[in-house]
Design a protein around this ligand. Structure first.
Ligand code: ADP
Length: 331
């Protein structure tokens, strides 16, 4: 009988548990032996492994976080580390390794695939949605929801005081989360890594829009979404400079790690179960070194290097919509 193993690696994301559950239930149906390595690639190096059963999956789908724990693992990136991991997998007779994580985790999985001959299948789990080859990643939709409900609350107090707020949203080096959160919260401006030109122009554009609105309507609130890692001096520098140029108080809000937590929303649950069950159907095939993702709602496989080699573009439609709505207010 086949022995499959699962690990969750890199930044955790809501829906990772739902994905584990889907894999375990589908694999159990086929009579496979199922192990879970703890703390990402660390568990692979230390052979920290637990047996996963269907019973353990009860009530798991709706839980945030990951029961396998996640981590980063420096030792795994060395030749020695990869060798140790491969040896441990071979010793335990693992046939298939499922890696739930982001592009960093897939780089690791690909490197492991160069020296371990077992089957490796990646599943995209990250709130950043920055993995090419799939329409969406598990956790992305929940993070949008969390960011949007937080920005809605910021808007209430911004309105009450006619204030400017700068809300920093996660996304690593991609603007998916920031763009979606800005659109769905009717934010007034969004600063995205993919569209950022320079500091001076950005400040001037924001100030001009605020002033045009004030001229038309008197005191106004103004909510700006800032993707993390875009502004060279960080959010505080941005707020100070915008305040001095606009003559308004500018309050920073960093949403931070709340965006990684919480019970997954339905869209993430559906994606997690779709990809998890599909991944298990590949166990009896020769397909390896791939990520499973969705393309136009259908499950597909993509060679692991493609997930990081091509930068995933922001959806043009969403960008255009944001631009239209941002400008609409000032006509
Ligand atoms: P994410 O999967 O969320 O993008 P990271 O970028 O932190 O998270 O990657 C998770 C782990 O994957 C790293 O801590 C490391 O162990 C492994 N990894 C990343 N890049 C490589 C690489 N080029 N070679 C081997 N392992 C890697």
């Amino acid at each position: 009988t086949k022995h499959i193993a699962i690990l969750t690696s890199g930044g955790d994301a809501p829906g990772m548990n739902a994905c584990i559950r889907a894999i375990v239930i589908a694999a159990d149906r086929l009579g496979y032996q199922i192990s879970g390595y703890l703390r990402g690639y660390n568990g692979l190096l230390d052979d920290q492994r637990i047996t996963l059963t269907c019973e353990r999956m009860h009530n798991l789908l709706q839980q945030g976080g990951t029961i396998l724990h996640s981590a980063r693992c420096k030792a795994f990136t060395t030749e020695q580390g990869l060798k140790k991991a491969a040896d441990n997998l071979t010793k335990s007779n693992v046939d298939t390794l499922f890696v739930i994580g982001g592009d960093g985790s897939f780089r690791g999985a690909h490197a492991l695939g160069q020296i371990w001959e077992g089957q490796i299948i990646g599943l995209p789990g990250t709130i950043d949605n920055d993995v090419a080859g799939t329409d969406a990643t598990i956790g992305y939709y929940t993070a949008i929801e969390t960011a949007v409900s937080s920005i809605d609350k910021v808007r209430d107090t911004a309105d009450a005081f006619d204030r400017v707020f700068m809300v920093e949203v996660m996304g690593r080096h991609a603007g998916f989360l920031a763009l979606s959160a800005a659109l769905a919260s009717a934010s007034d401006y969004v600063i995205l890594p993919e569209r950022f030109s320079n500091e001076a122009d950005t400040l001037t554009q924001i100030c001009t829009q605020i002033q045009q609105r004030q001229a038309k309507r008197g005191p106004v609130s103004y909510v700006i979404v800032l993707a993390e890692n875009v502004w060279p001096g960080g959010i505080n520098d941005l707020c100070v400079r915008l305040a001095s140029q606009s003559n308004m108080e500018v309050k920073p809000v960093i949403l931070g790690h709340v965006q990684r937590g919480g019970s997954p929303v339905s869209q993430d649950r559906l994606l997690a179960v779709q990809l998890g069950t599909y991944a298990v159907t590949l166990v009896e095939t020769s397909t390896s070194g791939v990520m499973v993702g969705t393309y136009e709602d259908k499950a597909v496989t993509v060679p692991l290097p493609q997930t990081w080699e091509d930068a995933k573009p922001l959806p043009d439609d969403a960008v255009t919509t944001m631009m239209t709505l941002m400008n609409e207010r000032y006509r």
